[in-house]
Design a protein around this ligand. Structure first.
Ligand code: AMP
Length: 301
């Protein structure tokens, strides 16, 4: 196992996506899938998750291409997790059409001996009890990055708080930060989140870029201006995969923010993982250079 290996867990899904300009059914998705495709370009990724016996062979082929280790990818009899989402005309509001847990309903991650020693953990969005189970089986952990969503803030706040206690970096959007803390303004909300555990909080702001809060204050990065958004699904998960891969490769926090933002900007240019798979190294480098130039201290509320 190499020092920059990353353990990723989260959902693996077959998604239905409706946007104002097109739709797709049963395409490969899930928070862990996006994070894997983002991180797997530059780091050995060990994937922890579950799929059903209906999971397409092309999906498994893709995992073999992007992951270095699939020993903790379980294949169970039953249906794969399925999720459907529909974007409204403004592209920002998303309605969940359905969430069918399938084999995720009874998933109990049990890490193989070789996966217990990894230093870098990315807990993509999934039930916080599953995130905690993976963290607790990782005594070699040095850096735990956690993503979550409003569903868990509402339904399992206690479990989520236990996960936050064990995390060093939390990724959320502004409305999630407010919901988690009951604070209206961002700076005090982030201070409350930091008091729960993660010393670093990243606020994802979609087309407005992202904010990084560490002990020393806040830094903002812009969003790369993509010519046309095709499907925003998975941008946050892609951001998370890009962030942990950069940190595992020894980059600093600001550069990791830039790398994550560049990958997320590519994600939205195609349905599912389509655009991410096709992007060249030089295109990503170009986007990183433009985004690096947007880094500046943030002084807002
Ligand atoms: P994002 O656009 O960053 O919210 O990520 C969307 C991805 O998250 C989709 O591919 C879904 O399959 C997956 N997803 C949606 N709801 C859930 C959930 N409750 N738990 C885990 N993954 C989910």
């Amino acid at each position: 196992m190499t020092a920059n290996a990353v353990l990723i867990t989260g959902s693996i899904a077959l998604d239905r996506i409706d946007t104002p300009t097109g739709s797709r059914t049963d395409i490969l998705g899930g928070s862990a899938t996006y994070a894997l495709v983002a991180a797997g370009r530059s780091c050995p990724v060990h994937l922890v998750g579950v799929v059903g016996d209906d999971f397409p062979a092309e999906g498994l082929d893709l995992f073999r291409r992007y992951a270095a280790d699939l020993s903790d990818l379980q294949i169970k009899s039953g249906p794969t997790f399925r999720w459907g989402g529909r974007y409204r005309a403004n592209w920002d509001d998303r309605e969940t059409l359905y969430t069918e847990l399938g084999v995720f309903g009874s998933f109990a991650p049990r890490l193989s001996a070789s996966n217990r020693g990894l230093g870098y953990l990315y807990m993509a969005n999934i039930h916080p009890a599953l995130q905690e189970a993976v963290i607790d089986q990782s005594p070699g952990r040095k850096l735990v990055v956690v993503d979550t969503m409003n569903l868990w803030i509402k339904t399992t706040p206690g479990e989520l708080r236990r996960v936050l206690k064990k995390a060093q970096i939390l990724l959320v959007n502004a409305s999630e930060a407010r919901e988690l803390t009951g604070r209206r303004n961002l700076a005090p909300a982030v201070a409350d989140l930091q008091a729960l555990g993660p010393g670093v909080v990243v606020i994802k702001r979609g087309t407005r870029g992202a904010l990084l809060f560490d002990g020393d204050g806040a830094t903002q990065v812009g969003a790369y201006p993509v010519p046309e958004v095709v499907d925003p699904t998975g941008a946050g998960d892609t951001f998370g995969g890009g962030l942990i891969a950069a940190l595992a490769s020894g980059e600093g926090l600001n550069e990791a923010l830039v790398a994550a933002s560049a990958l997320a900007s590519v994600c939205v240019e195609g349905f599912g993982i389509e655009a991410l798979q096709g992007v060249s190294r030089s295109e990503l480098e170009g986007r990183r250079a433009e985004l690096r130039a947007t880094l500046r201290p943030w002084k807002g509320l």
